[in-house]
Design a protein around this ligand. Structure first.
Ligand code: E4P
Length: 222
């Protein structure tokens, strides 16, 4: 795909402030995505946890409400956008959602269309003016549909028409999802901290470090 410019960005799909701080300290957090489930898991109030995250991460931080009407989503979105300058408003796919995306985009508020499971939904999100679209690969894999194939389709379509909407590969379960998303050229992969943790390791790296250390010390002791 595109993907002009930047190398694949790594977002954390988490509201765990300590884990976000840890990986941000290593320089690997380009942004954060949250959802109501992750906020509930954090044990904190949404506004408080988002404020903490926005102090740590300067990149986009997606915030999701739970309104069902466009009016409610717009009201929420305008409020979230006041919390920090890097807040992105997460809006669920659907008619009401797309109305809200158009209205918020018109006011210069960034949006992330979430719960996207088909390329046709991704076309509508881009046409509505979404800044980001979040196709959920893991939840598709869970029902025996190839999630990564959806990323391939969306990337091709956006490239054909030079859509500016960026793809956030979401519902990531493993490193294979990350690698395949990057091979396709997706702009962003949002992953749980556990997946980012695993990306650092390979058993042969660990084995090699151990052996080199032993040999280094043996040679030094001569
Ligand atoms: C995306 O922004 C969502 O927060 C997330 O990736 C959902 O992932 P899950 O399927 O693991 O809940």
């Amino acid at each position: 795909m595109p993907i002009r410019g930047d190398f694949v960005k790594i977002f954390l799909d988490s509201a765990d402030v300590e884990k976000i701080r840890h990986f941000a300290g290593l320089g690997f957090v380009d942004g954060v995505t949250t959802n109501p489930t992750l906020i509930l898991k954090s044990g904190k109030k949404q506004k408080d946890v988002i404020a903490e995250i926005c102090k740590i991460v300067s990149g986009p931080v997606s915030v999701e409400g739970a309104e069902e009407t466009a009016e409610g989503m717009i009201k929420d979105g305008k409020e979230f956008a006041k919390w920090a300058k890097n807040v992105v408003v997460k809006i669920p796919m659907g008619k009401e959602g797309m109305k809200a995306v158009r209205a918020l985009s018109a006011e210069g508020i960034k949006t992330n269309v979430t719960l996207v499971f088909s390329a046709s939904q991704a076309i509508l999100a881009a046409k509505a003016g979404a800044t980001y679209v979040s196709p959920f690969v893991g939840r598709l894999d869970d029902i025996n549909v190839d999630g990564i194939e959806l990323i391939r389709q969306i990337a091709q379509i956006y490239k054909n028409y030079n859509f500016q909407t960026q793809i956030i590969v979401a519902s990531v379960r493993n490193e294979k999802h990350v690698i395949e998303a990057a091979q396709i050229g997706a702009h962003i992969v949002t992953m749980p901290p556990e997946v980012l943790e695993k990306m650092f390791y390979h058993p042969l790296t660990e084995k090699g470090i151990k052996k080199f250390l032993e040999d280094y010390l043996a040679a030094k002791a001569r």
